[in-house]
Design a protein around this ligand. Structure first.
Ligand SMILES: Nc1ncnc2c1ncn2[C@@H]1O[C@H](COP(=O)(O)OP(=O)(O)OP(=O)(O)O)[C@@H](O)[C@H]1O
Ligand SMILES: [Mg+2]
Length: 499
């Protein structure tokens, strides 16, 4: 018996001259977890979007369930048994969890044909229970955290009872505990003989969960094989075409004056009594599980959210920051976690996005200095290795990782004195991650004070001078780097305070 459920052959896809895929082969068996691996812009999302009926290929064949098929629309693909969790959110924020899960496949009452909300709600509740999620089916999606939204997308995929489940970077918004849930679900799907396509830049995850892999580079098929028969170095070699030694830059703990001081900062319902100091040239890591309140603290400091009580001092002076514009005047920059909502304007091009926050500095008498705009974009775009056909390309059309790099470039271009980065390497490939880490340490060397919010332990341990761990809206522990290790950090993050 041939248990190959899908075979894609010679797939080509061009976007106005951009060769996203140049003759890619991909096949997957039932009961297999198949990792699709490659750098930012390699073509992973494009390939799975072709399978999901979002894009039509310019050439190539798809054999699904032993028949030659064409997925002319997402509905057709879904009905055939392919369910996709895309890299970018595809949910409707104004609709409830139930509505989002059943959109496109509503359950109707058999006798009168009306929508059966009761049944859909019950099914949603059952799915949420199965995922051990503490979310109400009536909650509007806009009121969920990024991680919760992702889990709802997983629930939606499960509701479709698919033969192939596509997960395009499902873990980028999740932390340890949720990732564990997700692994459990993936193993369950596997035991039910479903095929799972798993896209991730975190190789530890791939080695943990995948059975098989395919590597793409620059839109081309590079190779495939069993996970059990390959090493991490071999995978990296295939992905970037060379060897990579990623060592965290050794940061000298040479720190200057206190530049930011936060005292008893409280926002009722989100966090309480947050106190810490940040020095020039320091990288201060913030670790915690999703929901620990790190993002909320940073948004409050940056003036996006209002505080209930507490004080913020910059250079020893008490400040009341009411909005991001004021924060920027004090030399603060905040790189948000959720690039799609806050960080970039998808309908604008790279140049416009990168220079958006410094528009005043590159305009004279209300006229934009186009040359300066280009120069600055080139400087930062090259430094951070944004891969695009031109600086005029719309951000919307960039690969996920490259959108993230545009956000980084934009905030670094403001030349802040205090830089808050919320999950800066989320969705960024191995080679570029090393670049971003070097950039962060360069900025610190120049005296910029940096807050690094990250859910990646190696990143927190590798980059920070000092580490603060939060749990349920409070700081549980502060470590200097030499006192921190994965074990005590995780313990602090799950709330068991160490003596
Ligand atoms: N709608 C589009 N219009 C123009 N170019 C596009 C479009 N979608 C993707 N591309 C280009 O196709 C190439 C492959 O992009 P794709 O999103 O498939 O990469 P990826 O492997 O998923 O990367 P990442 O890891 O960053 O998500 C990139 O060069 C990207 O800029
Ligand atoms: Mg992608």
């Amino acid at each position: 018996m041939n248990n190959c459920i899908l075979e894609m052959k010679g797939i080509r896809k061009y976007f106005y001259g951009v060769k996203a895929l140049e003759g890619v082969d991909f096949k997957i068996k039932t009961g297999e977890v198949h990792a699709l691996i490659g750098e930012n812009g390699a073509g992973k999302s494009t390939l799975v979007k072709i399978l999901a009926g979002v894009y039509q290929p310019n050439a190539g064949t798809i054999i699904f369930n032993h028949k030659s098929v064409q997925f002319l629309s997402p509905q057709i693909s879904q009905q055939a048994g392919i369910s996709a969790i895309h890299q970018e959110a595809t949910m409707f924020p104004e609709l409830s969890v139930t509505e989002n899960i059943f959109i496109g496949h509503h359950i109707r009452n058999k006798s009168n044909g009306l929508l059966s909300w009761k049944e859909m709600k019950d099914k949603t509740q059952a799915l949420l229970n199965r995922l051990e999620l503490d979310i109400h089916p009536d909650t509007k999606v806009k009121n969920l955290s990024v991680a919760q939204r992702h889990m709802v997308e997983v629930a939606k995929a499960l509701s479709l009872n698919a033969k192939i489940v596509i997960m395009d970077e499902p873990t980028s918004a999740l932390t340890i505990k949720e990732v564990e849930y997700l692994y459990k679900i993936i193993r369950k799907l596997k035991s039910e003989n479903k095929a799972v396509i798993f896209i991730s830049h975190k190789f530890e995850e791939i080695f943990e969960i995948a059975d098989y892999f395919t590597v793409l580079r620059d839109g081309k098929y590079i190779g495939e094989g069993k996970m059990a028969e390959v090493t991490m170095d071999e995978i990296i070699q295939m992905v970037i075409g060379r060897n990579l030694e990623h060592r965290y830059p050794q940061i000298e703990a040479e720190q200057g004056n206190t530049i930011l001081k936060v005292k008893n900062l409280t926002r009722i319902g989100f966090f309480k009594d947050i106190s810490f100091e940040l020095h020039q040239g320091e990288i201060l890591g913030f670790f915690g599980l999703v929901g620990a309140g790190r993002t909320e603290v940073m948004q409050t400091i940056f003036g996006i959210e209002a505080l209930t009580s507490g004080e913020v001092f910059i250079n020893g002076k008490k400040v009341n920051i009411a909005n991001p514009a004021e924060a920027m005047n004090y030399g603060l920059a905040y790189i948000p976690e959720d690039r799609q909502l806050q960080g970039t304007i998808l309908k604008m091009n790279i140049k416009e996005n990168v220079t958006l926050s410094i528009i005043n500095k590159i305009s004279r008498h209300f006229f934009l200095d186009k040359e300066k705009e280009l120069k600055i974009t080139e400087q930062y775009g090259k430094q951070i290795e944004i891969k695009a056909s031109s600086w005029q390309q719309l951000v919307e059309d960039l690969s996920g990782g490259n959108q993230q790099k545009v956000v980084l470039a934009k905030w670094i271009a403001t030349k802040p004195r205090i830089l808050i980065m919320d999950e800066p390497t989320k969705g960024i490939d191995v080679a570029t991650k090393a670049t971003v880490h070097n950039i962060i340490s360069e900025l610190a060397k120049q005296g910029i004070a940096i807050i690094l919010v990250s859910s990646e332990l190696p990143e927190i341990l590798g980059m920070s001078n000092n580490i603060i761990v939060m749990h349920e809206g409070a700081i549980t522990t502060k470590f200097t780097r030499d006192k921190a290790n994965s074990e005590n950090i995780i313990k602090a993050a799950i709330g068991s305070i160490l003596s």
